[in-house]
Design a protein around this ligand. Structure first.
Ligand code: SAH
Length: 237
């Protein structure tokens, strides 16, 4: 069974978008993954198919209605659908490689893309949505965030990466940042390739790469080396 992603969005024309090319594009073509969309507006209310309304308590912007979203989610779910239901949200659990791997091992995901000020809070509990954030900044909608998540997941699906080894040493898998890469020409604008990489000594190459990965991680992301802080809420999510 291919990994099946169902995206609930007001802008289905955005998909597959960048997922339609290169590695992910080939995976979709070969049927290793399915990315389908569901237009939330089809479940809108009244003659104008309204999907949003003004925030209770006042304030700027519009809020996506829980009843409309619930109808869309229910229609997009199949018999016995056990896929995780995600809501892209800046308040969510920060997306990390371990969760990407977990998703890639599953059947797929149903992904709700917010717009405007966000969604009526009641839908989150009402349809057991897991909020996922792709970073500490605010996008105008959940679609690009969903694409980021799916791009990361699809490349991990069985058979998608030509060389199955190429996932092993990458940033965050280790959990170290990746070592630097070089390719021809041997000299470019007076800059050369570290000698060890052209030495033919595979053991030395491995040791150099490991040392560089550790150095870069220490310098740039010491938080990745620190033991995880548990039980304090935000920092251990
Ligand atoms: N008023 C909200 C932001 C809404 S942005 C707030 O301040 O938290 C509109 C939609 O974009 C959100 O509902 C969400 O689906 C999506 N979005 C914005 N930033 C995101 C992020 N960092 N990660 C994932 N989704 C995001």
């Amino acid at each position: 069974m291919p990994f099946r992603a169902t995206i609930l969005t007001l802008y289905p024309e955005m998909f597959p978008g960048p997922l339609g090319v290169s590695l992910a594009g080939r995976a979709l073509e070969r049927g290793e993954a399915i990315v389908e969309t569901c237009q939330i507006r089809d479940f809108g209310r009244g003659r104008h198919r309204a999907v949003d309304d003004t925030p209770a308590g006042g304030g700027a912007g519009m809020v996506l209605r829980a009843d409309v979203l619930a109808d869309a989610i229910d229609a997009a779910s199949y018999e016995g659908d056990t896929r995780p239901r995600l809501l892209m949200s800046p308040r969510g659990r920060p997306l990390r490689q371990d969760y990407v791997r977990e998703l890639a091992a599953g059947e797929g995901a149903l992904i709700v893309c917010g717009r405007f000020e966000g969604v009526d809070e009641r839908i989150i509990e009402g349809r057991s949505l897991t909020e996922i954030s792709i970073g500490d900044y605010v996008l105008s909608g959940g679609e690009i965030a969903a694409m980021v998540l799916l791009d990361a997941v699809i490349r991990l699906l069985p058979g998608v990466m030509g060389n199955d080894q190429s996932g092993v040493h990458e940033s965050f898998e280790a959990p170290l940042l990746e070592h630097p890469h070089y390719t021809r020409p041997a000299e470019w604008e007076g800059r050369t390739i570290p000698e060890v990489l052209t030495s033919g000594n595979h053991g030395a190459v491995e040791r150099w790469r490991r040392a560089e990965a550790e150095r870069l991680t220490r310098e740039r992301r010491p938080d990745l080396l620190a033991p995880p802080v548990r039980g304090t809420g935000a920092s251990d999510r």
